[in-house]
Write a protein that binds this ligand. Structure first.
Ligand code: ADP
Ligand code: MG
Length: 698
């Protein structure tokens, strides 16, 4: 069969070099396959033509077939409109346009047969349709049964005569030339097992649905395909690691863990923490290498879970390390953990970029000799020549700051690959987690420690700054500290930095009696640390920053978070930022400052923040609000291609099913060696062409 992926779109009848160029640039269509996988974004039910004589007051969208008798321009100024008298032989109806009058008049020809689509409304005892869709009758319509597909097109495409209809015609030409046949992607036994339609039938029906039932079946099949291959790829990576990579077995829950748990733990673990510790323990005792993602909202107590896991390693004569994305965080983890372990016979060291040479010369040999059991640090842990004697567990905090590349370097730290625990506070909806981190086992801390005062979130407009300053002054007088965050967005950095610096001047002027400090990404690392330290130590009362503080700084005394231009942040980011406060005993506040002019979506976003403190609820809302569009970027870089038809916001069940089927298949044939599975190998290679470094991806 013709390899549709390699066949350039320029070979298709009706596509010259100019159109081909626009198809590539505007729609990413360069091959036959690309065109077939350019799916309609909606369908309109046009299963029957209504007669004008049948029209009554309560009709949905309907379609009529007939001719325009003549045009008339009526009214003046705001009521100026173009009216086309339209007839199908049973009666006459008015088609009305208030905009684009000249364009419409030019476009449609009197007495030519058209299909008109729209919702009739009653006006002065007659019916009319305002701004109807009008299509000429054409060949592809004959195939399209009752449902007409609509394809996304850009202005440039339309100018080159590549509107939705034209795309449909291209699909028709292509499919006809292929005899309506497209090579299957699934082995036939599997297709039978899942009871879905063949790919050829699905492709045909996605472009030319024979009925609503067939269209649903086609959508199901194509969504399944898309999700199945992503799942097959990630699960294959995961099972490869599980089978081929032996884990260090931690059979003992020994002295350190027990002593700490019984005598040193300053509070009772939450139910969720207990459950997660059990999951980690079971994993590390299983003989397989652990690859686990620990998700927990900000402040849910992940550090303690990390510490318990590290003590388990120590109990089993292994070393453990904890890596943070910044020095400040590493310092903080070190301080926290030293405090927890005070009096326990465990050797802990801190290793970061600013660890002095003398100190380093002491620490490194001690790590190599196994005298130091727990090492806390930054990238320095992997970038420098750190040699462990027996590294059994690597924990990575705030995963999103570490690239896959950096994480994979952890593996080379010892002969036997250590267990890996990735901790993240970025709430990720379940479906996205399954897709992005589908190769990691997931543990979730879904409960906050008791006694937290929920953060109060307020939305204020930026023309009422004085009230805001008054509020901040009151809080500072009570001894609290304040964060003020400014957006820093790619493409507008210059202006963003300017806003930050102007803000700095304003705050210094408004609060002359208090100390204001500032950090941003353009500062030298050392300066940044120094400014940050002023705030951490309590010397500074107000910290202005770009989103560099997003990641886990812990300043319990900071109880107010002001987010400037809040409308420019995504929901998850807002939630992350808010999580910087609410860590102490005081009532904390998050103030979202926005301009008065807001789109509906933005207003909803800010409303959700005001109404909810639950990271997962917010992440799900985010996914619903934005669709998955915004997440596609992440997916694209993570998973060899973005989703064309499946939607992570609404196709959770199909995703789960695809994952189950992939699991089932890999259970029987983990390396896809079976003859019947070569078709899958081929497809995987095609989709994930650029990567596939088995095992070294975590
Ligand atoms: P995060 O998950 O954001 O990393 P942390 O580990 O920093 O959260 O914990 C936040 C705060 O909650 C810390 O001060 C920690 O000591 C405290 N904490 C953690 N677990 C509990 C618990 N079970 N009960 C009470 N306080 C807890
Ligand atoms: Mg943390």
């Amino acid at each position: 069969m013709l390899d549709l992926d390699k066949r350039s779109i320029t070979y298709l009848a009706g596509v010259g070099p100019k159109k081909a160029d626009i198809l590539v640039k505007e729609a990413g269509i360069s091959s036959y396959e690309d065109l077939l996988y350019y799916f309609p974004y909606r369908y309109v039910d046009r299963s029957r033509f209504y007669k004008i004589a049948e029209i009554n007051g309560s009709m949905p969208y309907i379609q009529l077939k007939g001719r325009i008798l003549y045009f008339d321009t009526l009214g003046e100024g705001r009521t100026r409109r173009l009216v086309a008298r339209f007839t199908d032989g049973t009666g006459v109806i008015d088609l009305v346009w208030f905009k684009g009058i000249a364009f419409v008049k030019d476009k449609y020809v009197i007495n030519k047969e058209y299909i008109v689509f729209g919702k009739p409304t009653e006006f002065a005892n007659t019916y009319n349709i305002a701004h109807p869709e009008i299509d000429p009758m054409n060949q592809a319509d004959q195939v399209a049964g009752g449902l007409t597909p609509f394809y996304n097109t850009t202005e440039k495409m339309k100018k080159a005569f590549l509107n939705s209809k034209a795309i449909q015609n291209l699909q028709y030409t292509l499919l006809k030339s292929l005899n309506w046949d497209v090579a299957e992607t699934l082995p036939s036994y599997l297709l039978k097992r899942i009871g879905m339609m063949s790919l050829a039938e699905a492709i045909k029906n996605i472009h030319f649905p024979e009925s609503t039932e067939k269209l649903s079946a086609a959508q199901l099949r194509l969504k399944f395909d898309e999700l199945f291959f992503i799942q097959l790829n990630t699960l294959r990576t995961a099972t490869f690691r599980k089978r081929k990579l032996k884990g260090i077995v931690f059979p003992n829950v020994g002295e350190m863990f027990n002593t700490f748990y019984k005598n040193y733990l300053p509070f009772e673990l939450t139910g969720a923490q207990k459950r997660v510790v059990r999951e980690i323990r079971a994993d590390m005792g299983s003989g397989r290498q652990m690859n686990r993602l620990l998700q927990g909202d900000v402040g849910s107590g992940k550090t303690l879970v990390a510490l318990l896991a590290m003590l388990l390693a120590v109990d089993n004569k292994c070393q453990a390390c904890l890596m943070a994305p910044t020095e400040i965080l590493a310092n903080q983890h070190y301080a926290t953990i030293m405090e927890f372990l005070k009096g326990m016979p465990v050797e802990v060291a801190l290793l970061t970029g600013s660890t002095k040479k003398k100190e380093r010369n002491k620490i490194l040999p001690a790590i190599a000799a196994g005298e130091i059991q727990i090492v806390i640090g930054t990238h320095a842990l992997i970038e420098e020549t750190v040699v462990f004697s027996s590294l059994g567990l690597s924990i990575i905090d705030e995963q999103h700051r570490f690239g896959v590349e950096q994480r994979s370097r952890l593996w080379t730290k010892s002969d036997v690959i250590p267990h890996i625990l990735v901790m993240t506070a970025t709430p990720i909806p379940r479906t996205l987690a399954m897709t992005l981190y589908g190769d990691l086992d997931v543990s979730v801390i879904d409960e906050l420690p008791p006694g937290r005062k929920p953060i109060k979130t307020l939305h204020r407009y930026d023309n009422r700054k004085m009230q805001l300053y008054d509020f901040l002054r009151k809080e500072i007088e009570l001894g609290r500290q304040v964060y003020v965050v400014y957006p820093l967005i790619e493409g507008s950095e210059k202006l963003d930095y300017k806003n930050l610096e102007e803000g700095f001047d304003v705050f210094k002027e408004v609060f002359p009696e208090y100390k204001v400090c500032m950090v941003h990404g353009k500062m030298k690392a050392a300066d940044k640390e120094a400014e940050m330290q002023k705030f951490v130590s309590g010397e500074a009362n107000i910290l202005l920053a770009t989103t560099v503080i997003e990641v886990g700084v812990n300043v319990p005394n900071a109880s107010v978070m002001v987010i400037e231009s809040a409308e420019r942040f995504g929901l998850s980011q807002l939630h992350q930022l808010r999580g910087r406060v609410g860590r102490g005993a005081e009532q904390s506040y998050c103030v979202l400052v926005s301009s008065y002019k807001l789109s509906n979506d933005t207003r909803k976003r800010l409303e959700i923040m005001v109404n909810s403190n639950d990271g997962f609820e917010i992440a799900e809302a985010d996914l619903r609000l934005r669709g998955h569009g915004d997440l596609e970027g992440t997916l694209q870089s993570g998973e060899g291609g973005y989703l064309k038809i499946a939607n992570l916001a609404s196709d959770g069940q199909i995703l789960q099913y695809a994952r189950d089927i992939a699991n089932e298949l890999l259970d029987k044939d983990p390396d896809l060696e079976d003859d019947t599975h070569q078709i899958l190998n081929g497809r995987l290679r095609k989709i994930f062409r650029k990567k596939t470094n088995w095992g070294l991806i975590s």
